[in-house]
Write a protein that binds this ligand. Structure first.
Ligand code: HAM
Length: 424
């Protein structure tokens, strides 16, 4: 047999990598609890039609699609939002609003593998359903801010825009939705020339080109510039006003907004309002992003439900933490190896191990049948803190031997006092 490798774009995450990933997930889950989001677990495999309905060409072309043995067209989820919208039209249809939902798990996109871009990656995903108000948009940005802050990331900043500005111009210029999507897709990739070529008139083209020039260093000034630039376009103007309202809430709550981008577009097609991404200076790819999507649930046959949400790229956040040498704020407890001096004391040793675990101490039990010296040497190498040695003589006195592996010191400790002694 050949030795097997992972499939291209798929990775094994070992040791620190796995530890960092689960650490970020635990922090995202803490944020979910703090902001009142309930966790939902949805399938990795979903109907292709559901996942492709409003995701946009970019993602549609990068999905892992296959037929299951029942001849159904299915795909591996490239994100969570479609699954959440499905839930909102089925099991959670009658839930009172607002509905706050959190998910975390692996997602799949056939992207070209490179640093920070994988074919299997992890997202923590937040969706807030039922509110069209700016405070709902602000909440999604602010919880992302809380996550970045909790993780200790330095210099991160938000880029914000509003898809309604561009769509407002395009609709009023009678550009059909398909062409609008094609234009936005290219603008998302910053292929502006290609995008503007698709504009059906010179006026439409110059309006789009002009958007690129509006950016200023001050976020609020940019919003004012957009407002006056689109003065003749009613929907675009309302969008710019809405952007200003959201911006005020997040900036005044202390969220670091670096830029307001008038020509900002995102790869996903379902957005209808405010959109954003978060970055650190050392990486030119987004650590997370999201926005408002007020029509998706309706498209899936549900009641018209305003919604806003975002997803954090956990693998990229891990990469960012590694680049910034962020220390994981985990309080790892003491690690203990429990072993018996001979086989007849194994049951007693297991009982001691269980007692320690019940007290929250991390315990490894010696399962290799190694001689005492060898087992202790191995534990020391693996940075285990203590060995608890269960021997006949001590046990008769209700005690065990406690060995501090780093200091190479050992004392006899009554079993009753063992937990306290290890924890102190
Ligand atoms: P997205 O921008 O496509 O949004 O993905 C969110 C995050 O996932 C990105 O900012 C990035 O950190 C990470 N990501 C994307 N592609 C890759 C990749 N190939 N490798 C590693 N990380 C990646 C969404 O998925 C939307 N569903 C967010 C949302 C929720 N909008 C509304 N609700």
């Amino acid at each position: 047999m050949p030795t097997f490798q992972t499939v291209r774009g798929m990775r094994d995450l070992l040791n620190e990598e796995a530890e960092t990933l689960t650490y970020i997930i635990s922090k995202a889950r803490e944020i979910a609890v703090l902001y009142g989001y309930k966790e939902v677990i949805t399938p990795v495999v979903e109907p292709f039609e559901l996942l492709s309905a409003k995701s946009g060409e970019e993602i549609r072309q990068r999905m892992f699609i296959f037929k299951d043995l029942g001849d159904r067209n299915v795909a591996l989820r490239p994100e969570f939002t479609a699954s959440i919208a499905r839930l909102a039209t089925t099991s959670l249809k009658n839930e009172p609003k607002p509905l706050r939902l959190f998910s975390v798990g692996s997602v799949y996109r056939y992207d070209e593998p490179q640093r920070g871009r994988y074919r299997e990656f992890w997202q923590s995903n937040f969706e807030l359903l039922g509110s069209s108000r700016p405070e709902a948009d602000a909440e999604i940005v602010l919880l992302t801010n809380s996550l970045m802050e909790t993780l200790g990331l330095q210099g991160y900043a938000f880029k914000i825009g509003h898809i309604g500005v561009i769509r407002g111009i395009l609709s009023q210029e009678n550009v059909d939705e398909k062409t609008q999507n094609a234009i936005l897709q290219r603008m998302d990739k910053k292929e502006y020339e290609e995008a503007f070529k698709l504009a059906p008139s010179d006026k439409c083209r110059s309006m789009l080109e002009g958007l690129l020039q509006l950016k200023s260093d001050d976020c609020f000034e940019t919003v004012e510039k957009i407002k006056s630039y689109v003065a003749g376009y009613e929907k675009a103007k309302a969008a710019a006003e809405n952007l200003g309202d959201v911006l005020k809430l997040i900036v005044e709550s202390g969220c670091p907004v670096e830029t307001v981008e008038p020509a900002f577009a995102r790869g996903l097609e379902y957005y209808t309002g405010m959109i954003f991404e978060v970055y650190i200076p050392q990486l030119d790819i987004a650590l997370g992003g999201g926005g408002r999507y007020d029509r998706l649930i309706e498209v899936f046959g549900g009641e018209s439900t305003p919604a806003v949400g975002d997803a954090h790229g956990i693998d990229r956040i891990a990469l960012a933490m590694q680049m910034q040498k962020t220390i994981l704020a985990t309080k790892r407890g003491k690690r203990v190896l429990v072993l018996s001096v001979n086989d007849s004391l194994k049951v007693e040793a297991l009982k001691v191990a269980q007692m320690l675990r019940d007290a929250g101490i991390i315990v490894e039990f010696e399962v290799m049948g190694r001689k005492m010296a060898k087992a202790l040497e191995d534990a020391d190498k693996r940075k285990v803190d203590y060995a608890v040695i269960v021997g006949e003589r001590e046990l008769k006195e209700g005690a065990v031997m406690l060995r501090n592996l780093a200091k190479r010191e050992q004392t006899i400790v009554p079993i009753k006092e063992l937990v306290e002694k290890i924890k102190s």
